[in-house]
Ligand binder design. Structure first.
Ligand code: MEV
Length: 310
């Protein structure tokens, strides 16, 4: 039980290199945290009975945390803070976001994990943070695998599976990824439900794809640990084709991918739930500026993510 919100908290965004969707069915995924994806600051209002507010200008969120409010951010925030037994009144919570919302970069998990940290304080165990954050994740996504919340909580480069949770990988060398937002918003729950329907209708077609995506992740983890970018690039390109076959592609993801490859990336694939959102591209060592420049010339607004030790 806490009687006050902690004044600030942060959580990491995430980029999935391999294994999205398959992770829902028990396969492993490889993901990396995007540090300080969201920082929340909680300021007491003069009146402790006044309804709390949550505003994140970059995501166009400005809601009252009122139980009548149907806005998903308000419902998720109330679910998380309620689970923490934290105050639901008397605070203004403001967020500074460094990742776009609804783009497959884990924005909702940054919100639920940062809220859990405001509610439980900096000394809370990761398991307690994740338990509280999961209450909010259910509002956004129904039955998520948990990968977004784990990465938002722990950051770093992780192998995640539903059974084993997140295991941090100790990379000896870092490498850069380039993230290309398409600007097409997507809904994780809709994409996950679509895969579930296709699996139920034709398991003989889609189950092998899910297993192949899991094997691709295992091979990708080995490639990342050996800094074998050529092998990683082959796996990422194959994963994009498999995700398209799974039905979670989008023409603008394919266009962004083509642009990344034309700009000199070794590989590019959709990342996260798909149906919109972002492409993640892998430049060759030393080629990140060229890939960034080529993408910018083609009208994109790419972001760099450093993976591994600083
Ligand atoms: C979403 O970031 C990743 C998905 O695999 C869904 C999930 O794991 O909950 C598409």
């Amino acid at each position: 039980m806490t009687f006050a919100l902690h004044p600030h908290a942060t959580a990491a965004g995430k980029v999935i290199l391999l294994g999205e969707h398959a992770v829902v069915y028990g396969e492993p995924a490889l993901a990396a945290g995007l540090p300080e994806g969201l920082t929340l600051r909680a300021t007491p209002l003069g009146v402790t009975t006044e309804v709390a507010t949550l505003s994140i200008p970059a995501w166009e969120i400005d809601v009252q945390l009122d139980i009548e409010n149907e806005h998903p951010a308000a419902r998720a925030a109330l679910a998380v803070l309620g689970h923490c037994d934290a105050p639901l009144r008397g605070y203004r919570i403001v967020g500074d976001a460094r990742i776009p919302a609804r783009a497959g970069l884990g924005s909702s998990a940054t919100l639920t994990v940062a809220l859990a940290r405001l509610g439980l304080g900096p000394r809370a165990a990761a398991s307690a943070i994740l338990e509280a954050a999961t209450e909010g994740e259910r509002v956004f996504h129904g039955a998520p695998s948990g990968i977004d919340a784990h990465v938002a909580c722990h950051g770093g480069v992780v192998k995640f599976s539903r059974d084993l949770g997140a295991n941090r990988l100790a990379l000896e060398r870092s490498f850069d990824l380039v993230i290309v937002p398409t600007g097409v918003p997507r809904d994780t729950a809709v994409q996950v439900a679509g895969v579930r329907e296709r699996l139920a209708a034709s398991p003989e077609v889609y189950e092998p794809l899910i297993r192949a995506l899991g094997s691709t992740t295992m091979a990708g983890i080995d490639a990342v640990l050996h800094h074998d970018l050529a092998r990683l690039s082959t796996l990422m390109n194959s994963a994009h084709d498999m995700l398209n076959a799974l039905g979670v592609g989008h023409p603008q993801l394919d266009e962004a991918r083509r642009d990344a490859l034309e700009a000199g990336a070794l590989a590019a694939k959709l990342t996260g739930a798909g149906g919109g959102g972002c492409v993640v591209a892998l430049p060759a060592s030393g080629a990140v500026d060229a890939v960034m420049g080529g993408l910018t010339e083609r009208g994109h607004a790419p972001l760099i993510a450093r993976i591994g030790p600083p």
